[in-house]
Design a protein around this ligand. Structure first.
Ligand code: HEM
Length: 133
């Protein structure tokens, strides 16, 4: 086993990505891109006028989802993500834009390539499960 493989195998994705400041940078870039990029317009339109709430909550959620502190659960209990997304219209287009936006944000914030590939697949599973039309 290479040294790098050993390192990555013994850490949570949260440690691997670089902990809280890197999760924050990723979430900030994700919502900035959603606001800026014409290619994510339908995804942006599924959100409210401000992304501030979503930004805060996704940061809390991802810290726990990646194996770090469970900030989201401490505040809101079980995430029940599919149920919480029911008020929003989510189809294939929104799913694909969410994952593309997150993948671009991972690339631009320097998420290690191996980790980026794995997380993209996990995000796709989660986003697909959120579809409600
Ligand atoms: C598939 C396309 C998706 C769309 C269109 C979408 C859209 C939204 C919207 C509109 C909100 C409400 C934001 C607010 O409170 O102002 C939200 C909340 C949230 N989303 Fe998504 N989302 C998607 C996928 C995902 C995925 C894949 C994850 C996790 C990996 C996720 C995690 C969250 C979390 C944690 C919240 C906060 C829930 C709460 O406590 O209210 N979303 N999302």
């Amino acid at each position: 086993m290479s040294e790098q493989t050993q390192n990555t195998a013994s850490h949570t994705p949260y440690e691997w990505i670089g902990g809280e400041p890197r999760v924050q940078a990723l979430v900030d870039r994700f919502y900035d891109l959603m606001d800026l990029e014409p290619g994510y317009a339908e995804l942006r339109a599924a959100h409210g006028s401000t992304l501030a709430d979503a930004r805060q909550k996704l940061f809390w959620f991802l810290c726990g989802w990646l194996g770090g502190p469970d900030y989201y659960q401490e505040r809101f209990g079980h995430p029940r993500l599919r149920m919480r997304h029911m008020p929003f219209s989510i189809g294939i287009l929104e799913r694909d834009q969410w994952v593309a936006c997150m993948d671009q944000a991972m690339g631009e914030t320097g998420v290690p390539e191996d980790l980026r590939v794995r997380l993209k697949a996990s995000f796709m599973n989660t986003a697909d499960w959120m579809r409600n039309r």
